[in-house]
Design a protein around this ligand. Structure first.
Ligand SMILES: [Zn+2]
Length: 148
């Protein structure tokens, strides 16, 4: 949210001009924070999947700050916390996907990223909260309402 993450545009602005400024995911846009996390087709695929999974539209934001604020939509406090956790883990895994692409020259599919999001969060929330009775299949179907 503070534009300190080392995407190509931020590195180039700090004088590290040897790094190519284009996104390696699409090779058509500068690798800015908004591009990597919101605008690249790889990120859009993930946000579409998150929207379908949670029932909360997270597909049309212009900044990461706006995206994080969407967690105020669910009506219950725990629903908001679950949506915020899904958004933050998705951001982290989009960044991880970008790093695998950049440094290992491999690509992770959006489906693999979503699967990792669902599995990681289910374990973390189930083990670190009062929502220990949640069931995996219910979580996969509707995370906000099962956990919230
Ligand atoms: Zn891209």
């Amino acid at each position: 949210m503070q534009h300190r993450i080392p995407v190509a545009v931020n590195l180039f602005a700090k004088g590290m001009g040897g790094i190519p400024p284009d996104c390696l995911g699409c090779l058509s846009q500068a690798e800015s924070v908004e591009h990597v996390f919101l605008k690249c087709h790889l990120a859009k695929d993930i946000w579409r999947a998150v929207s379908l999974w949670t029932g909360c539209d997270v597909t049309s934001f212009e900044s990461v700050s706006q995206l994080v604020q969407v967690a105020d939509e669910p009506t219950t406090v725990s629903g908001r916390r679950v949506l915020k956790a899904i958004i933050f883990v998705s951001l982290w895994l989009i960044w991880k996907q970008r790093n695998v692409r950049t440094f290992r020259h491999r690509s992770l599919s959006s489906e693999a990223v979503m699967e990792e999001t669902m599995i990681n969060l289910y374990g973390w929330i189930k083990n670190r909260s009062t929502l220990k009775d949640s069931v995996w299949l219910d979580w996969v179907k509707s995370p906000i309402y099962v956990m919230g």
